[in-house]
Design a protein around this ligand. Sequence first.
Ligand SMILES: [Fe+2]
Length: 161
Amino acid sequence: MLREAFVISDVLDKEEFDLGKDYFINHPTLRKSLLPTNALFVEYSKSGANLPPHFDANACTYTIDLCFYESHQWPLWVENTEFKYSENEAVCFFGEEQMHWRETLYEDNIKIGLGFFHYVEPTHWYFTEGPSYVETVRNDYRSKGYSYNRTNNTGMAPLGG
Ligand SMILES: [Fe+2]
């Protein structure tokens, strides 16, 4: 299989890009301290897609949830706030501390592509203990009555949630 690198131009609208650039380049704390941990792309394509209420466990203190494409609008709830966002828009939240979920989407011909970008402080366990420490964190979640999120093996869902 031939693998080639490629460039995607104009991922963000120029005005939006400049806003983001100014925010991060001038921020007194974020640009000095935040470190990336992991990122993933997910496509939802089945009727009945769902995301039960959960916290994330896999080094996701700061989560940027970016919509690449969406056949249907599928709002993200963070605590008690509904975020309706569209292609090329992102919701920023604290994945480890703020419960988040989506309502079940009973539509046909779903095609929703999302990117998740995760960052932590340098003192986070991901860097002080190492990525494999996630198992200890998961055990701690379990002891507190949380179980794994079925649709995202990096996430945790409350039992019965
Ligand atoms: Fe999550």
